[in-house]
Design a protein around this ligand. Structure first.
Ligand SMILES: CC(C)(COP(=O)(O)OP(=O)(O)OC[C@H]1O[C@@H](n2cnc3c(N)ncnc32)[C@H](O)[C@@H]1O)[C@@H](O)C(=O)NCCC(=O)NCCS
Ligand SMILES: Nc1ncnc2c1ncn2[C@@H]1O[C@H](COP(=O)(O)OP(=O)(O)OP(=O)(O)O)[C@@H](O)[C@H]1O
Length: 352
């Protein structure tokens, strides 16, 4: 499993980048989300915070942590911040480890660890690659002030509570420039995702490795971890990390025979692929509505020609798409590189 450590300065755009990963069906372990979970009412961390900072930081009516008040205390005082980190960080790390293990057992090839304090906490040692989201200081300040409704002094305090962004960029394996428009960042990250996705073989190799290390003489240890992975896949992903929409809707020309035809005219071959009927109708022979694979959009009794007949050169769209289509490109490393390059160049069409 490739673990990408995603970090950056406060409000430089980590969530914006992690959303691109999420849309590409890459699981995210979000430290900010976990840091909120471990201070829910009734959690030991919340009791420890109340002991350390006084009951005033807990809302008497709801029992929730008063985040604005605690924020104003810790961002103004490095000692108090250290005290809070000492309470919250061990619990967050434990949660991160548990979720990462679940993803490992599910044989997820690529997982993102979104941690604002990745370098400060020394967690960069445990990830395969570190990725820093960068934007210039004045842009960062403006975005932070606008998003959190903070004045300039308070925003400066928050920025200075973290390692300088330039230092993070120096330590990073990958720097994502988010100083321009969001769409440019999204395209850049989509290209990176194609390059970062490990091949099936390397995923399988890393799954096998612990089995080999446990006992390399036992023939049962080899398939142990992959078997666990298959079992793990049977369980749903941890609820908070469920992906809202797996893949962007796009046209695929490879129709499976089991494709289910929806009432709206869209054809779903699997939960991950949505087929555009306007495109697919060019490729499938549809004789009439009694055909179980016909489209609701085809008029009753109308014959739809699959191809024209003649003696001139008639390239098959189906064969072309099978050889050079999007799915064919995804299958090979070289194809993935082509897609990544086209994304980076901002091409409108990814493939044939
Ligand atoms: C102080 C708290 C209550 C303020 O809550 P608030 O809702 O205003 O901010 P939120 O949690 O959304 O964090 C916003 C950003 O602030 C920065 N930040 C948060 N905590 C810290 C910290 N201890 N040190 C430096 N920066 C921090 C991060 O960049 C984070 O993305 C909260 O941030 C907190 O509990 N922090 C301690 C836990 C922590 O370190 N979280 C960061 C990830 S582990
Ligand atoms: N390229 C961009 N152009 C304009 N606004 C942006 C861009 N990227 C992010 N923003 C805005 O900047 C703000 C901060 O972005 P985001 O929440 O993604 O940062 P973050 O690094 O996750 O913040 P935090 O450290 O607080 O978790 C948001 O209001 C977001 O809409």
């Amino acid at each position: 499993m490739k673990l990408i450590g995603l970090t950056g300065g406060i409000a430089t755009g980590k969530s914006t980048v992690s959303n691109v990963f999420r849309d590409a069906n890459v699981p995210i372990i979000d430290a900010d989300v976990l840091a909120r979970q471990v201070v829910e009412p009734g959690q030991p961390c919340l009791r420890a915070i109340a002991r350390e900072f006084g009951d005033a930081v807990v809302d008497t009516h709801t029992g929730q942590l008063n985040r604005a008040q605690l924020g104003s205390i810790i961002f103004a005082n490095p000692e108090r911040r250290k005290a809070l980190n000492a309470i919250v960080h061990p619990a967050v790390r434990w949660e991160m480890l548990k979720v990462a293990l679940q993803y490992y057992l599910r044989a997820e090839p690529l997982v993102v660890l979104d941690v604002p304090l990745l370098f400060e906490g020394g967690l960069d040692r445990f990830v395969t690659k570190t990725m820093v989201v960068y934007c210039p200081k004045d842009v960062q300040l403006q975005r932070l002030m606008a998003r959190d409704q903070l004045d300039e002094a308070a925003s400066h305090q928050r920025i200075q509570s973290q390692m300088p962004l330039d230092e993070k960029c120096r330590r990073a394996d990958i720097v994502v420039d988010n100083s321009g428009a969001k769409t440019a960042t999204v395209q850049r990250v989509q290209g990176l995702i194609c390059l970062l996705r490990p091949s099936l073989w390397s995923t399988y190799f890393w799954l096998l490795l612990p089995g080999l290390m446990i006992n390399n003489s036992s023939r049962w240890s080899m398939p142990l971890i992959p078997t666990l992975a298959v079992i793990g896949r049977a369980f749903p992903r941890p609820a908070q990390f469920l992906v809202a929409n797996a893949l962007p809707v796009r046209s695929f020309s490879l129709l499976s025979r089991s494709a289910a035809v929806g009432a709206s005219g869209s054809v779903t071959a699997s939960p991950r692929l949505t087929l555009d009927t306007s495109f697919a109708s060019l490729l499938l022979p549809q004789s009439n509505m009694t055909n179980p694979f016909s489209f609701p959009s085809a008029p009753l009794g109308q014959q739809v020609r699959f191809r024209s007949y003649g003696h001139e050169y008639q390239p098959s769209n189906l064969v072309r798409k099978r050889r050079h289509g999007y799915l064919a490109r995804l299958r090979k490393k070289s194809g993935q590189r082509i897609l990544a390059n086209r994304r980076l160049k901002g091409r409108k069409n990814m493939s044939h």
